[in-house]
Design a binder for this molecule. Sequence first.
Ligand code: SAT
Ligand code: MN
Length: 581
Amino acid sequence: MTSHDELKAWVDQVAALTQPEHIHWCDGSDQEYQDLLDRQLADGTLIELNQQTHPGCYLHRSDPDDVARVEHLTYVCSEHETDAGPNNNWMPPDKARAMMREHFQGCMAGRTLYVVPYCMGPIDSPISRCGVEITDSPYVVVNMQKMTRMGTAALRRIEREGTFIKGLHSTGQLDPENRYIMHFPEDLEIQSFGSGYGGNALLGKKCHALRIASHQARTEGWLAEHMLILGIENPQGEVHYIAAAFPSACGKTNLAMLIPPAEYEGWKIRTIGDDICWMRPGEDGRMWAINPEAGFFGVAPGTSESTNPNALAMLNRDTIFTNVAVTADMQPWWEGLDEGTPAFDWQGRPYDPANGPAAHPNSRFTVSSRQCPSYSPQAEAAQGVPLTAIIFGGRRERLVPLVIESESWQHGVLLGAAMASETTAAATGAVGDVRRDPMAMLPFCGYNFGDYWTHWLGFADRADQLPRIFHVNWFRKDENGRFLWPGFGQNMRVLEWIIDRSTGDAGAVDTPIGKMPGQGDLRVEGADVTLSDLEAILQVRKDEWKTELDEIARYLDSYGNRTPEKLRQECERVQSALESD
Ligand code: SAT
Ligand code: MN
């Protein structure tokens, strides 16, 4: 199967523990994919959708208690608790291993154990990293096939390189009481039990590409971030790349695939990735980024002809849907779609509005990036793409203006560290509470946030053409709960300002919290926004910002002596700017 002795030994060891009936080494071939589909169609794991309208599309209905990431059951098991930080649940590694051993004991009896070698990032990129996921879920395997470079080529790279991330996954009994997502960053290892849901079970994604990779990135001098990457091409054919961090279910996929408004003739958005960005300083002093993923695991509800036509166009073939509703003729359906009516809800019940939405609010599509009409060939480039700007953004009804430009890298890191957002359905728990979510990494940073901010600040000395950092908020509302900014394609106007600021020729005004577009600096002709709305979303209320900064200072303090002094100083600088203005 492989010439890699350590890998072979690990598979044997896991098989001895979990007692599968069969072992299958995945090669990533079309035949293998087809066999896996057939098997899941036969046992009901997958349901065939309308093959006339949606060839190659299938539906998976998950256990109703297994529909989102479980942050309260996700642990970072570093040797020392302080290294995991207050931002993570922690358990001593020995204790976690012993507990997980009991769960895994015999759990694959009667099942097939799949060995899934995968590469995060283009197979020939020096920035890419490999892993092997062992799983007893064929649904996980077909999803990994779309989301990563999976199969023989990845295995060959692992054999050449030696090191790989070990990920062990079993759906167990899908019992929410016996569900754990464990990370052992110092051993480059993941163990996940009791869930089949994306972020808990597709281990290449959040577990590897963010939690373990962020730890690796710190020791090796790069960054693993919860960011989309897009290219903006102007009518002269110049392309600038932007990476943008938003919490889950805040529109990363829509922004990554944006279609510019009519006034932007000759402009194009090129999609590199919609969720994860690995970046490192290049020899030229710029920051170079790759998307480690090969597919999109996007939120279905709200995806429509008006919000994201590119996404809609890629979802009519070869897509796996999870927990969406279906029409009477078995087409996939979700809230926000302009056409069709739901006949059966996400649990397969005849649709009744009394039961809530037809599609689960965190229902998802899994699709290969190659199907995206705006997918950039540069996404396959081994060296990655150079970043012109980095954006942080949250979902904030109040306070936070449409766009802020940082005064410096250090100020930009503060904007990221101070991010907050209303919670969404992407994780179990309450929806709509404002929580601090630094760099949108709260659920994903594999080590202490204090050390993470120090790592971020350190790039100022290591690269001399760093991307400019901005903060945006598309979600500001008025007193009546109406959105003040139209969003979606119209966000292009903000992206243009961001690029022009970064390359030198757009106006801005100074405020105590950073630079903002002044009157006439944003191109708004043709946008569905009134002047008074625009004024409202660019307003800085000093009294409210003082309270916000006090809260940010307290939040930074909660990381104790791990919080970098430079970040506290930056916070104090903004506080005194607010006092003296
Ligand atoms: O965590 S997932 O990968 O399932 C999606 C998300 O919440 O960003
Ligand atoms: Mn995400």
